[in-house]
Design a protein around this ligand. Structure first.
Ligand SMILES: N[C@@H](CCC(=O)N[C@@H](CS)C(=O)NCC(=O)O)C(=O)O
Length: 209
């Protein structure tokens, strides 16, 4: 199977690079320079009209959206490697829920927080209401607390070993943490995040070396 991944360092492509490394999927990696505008080139827009990374091309068929890509990788390669639950396992239901929750619910609150903060930054000189940013960060912290409670009695989000669900949620939380969504005070989350960060594939994805 011919697979090409279009990615850029420190972008939404990180979790896909991480997943492809964990799964040891043979692939060709194309690094785009987003600052230089590689994503606006006609050849790339023909693959992904949104002009975004990650984009995965599988036997000539392009895919976009990191969550869709990782769920497909899980189905195609993860089940046989024990990194994604089988379609008829009860854990598959949990895997779809937690992974979608990270991108849809946590992701939406994160975006609201980023927007609210940058709006405040743009209003130079004059006081700006902090309400929306405070609301979003408290929602995000509440979501971290829910993950913390789940991890109080288990080492992994789904099943009893590391899966792509841990990968998706840990990458999302770590990315948010870089922007300032601290996990301080949530010790179960921090222990689990540390264990995911120790994985060799994590380093490859975060440095894209
Ligand atoms: N929801 C998308 C987000 C993709 C996205 O926004 N990618 C950014 C990098 S983090 C990008 O390619 N930006 C280039 C641009 O907008 O010009 C996903 O998860 O795949």
């Amino acid at each position: 199977m011919t697979i090409t991944l279009y990615a850029a360092p420190m972008s939404s492509a990180i979790p896909v690079v991480h997943a492809i490394e964990e799964l040891e999927v043979p692939h060709h990696l194309v690094r785009l320079d987003l600052q230089a505008g590689d994503q606006h080139q006609a050849a790339f827009l023909a693959l992904n009209p949104h002009g975004k990374v990650p984009t995965l091309v599988v036997e000539g068929t392009p895919m976009f959206e990191a969550l869709a890509i990782i769920q497909w990788l899980g189905d195609r390669y993860g089940v046989e490697r024990g990194l994604w639950p089988a379609a008829d396992a009860s854990e598959r239901l949990e895997a779809l829920s937690w992974s979608t929750w990270m991108y849809v619910s946590f992701g939406a609150a994160f975006k609201r927080w980023i927007l609210a903060r940058s709006t405040s930054d743009r209003v130079d000189g004059s006081p700006h209401p902090e309400g929306p940013a405070e609301l979003a960060i408290s929602e995000l912290r509440g979501m971290v607390a829910i993950v913390d409670a789940r991890l109080a009695s288990r080492d992994h989000l789904v099943g009893d070993r590391f899966t792509l669900v841990d990968l998706i949620v840990a990458n999302g939380m770590a990315y948010a943490a870089v922007a300032g969504v601290s996990t301080n005070g949530y010790d179960h989350v921090d222990r689990w995040l540390d264990s995911v960060r120790q994985r060799p594939a994590w380093k490859k994805a975060w440095t894209m070396e």
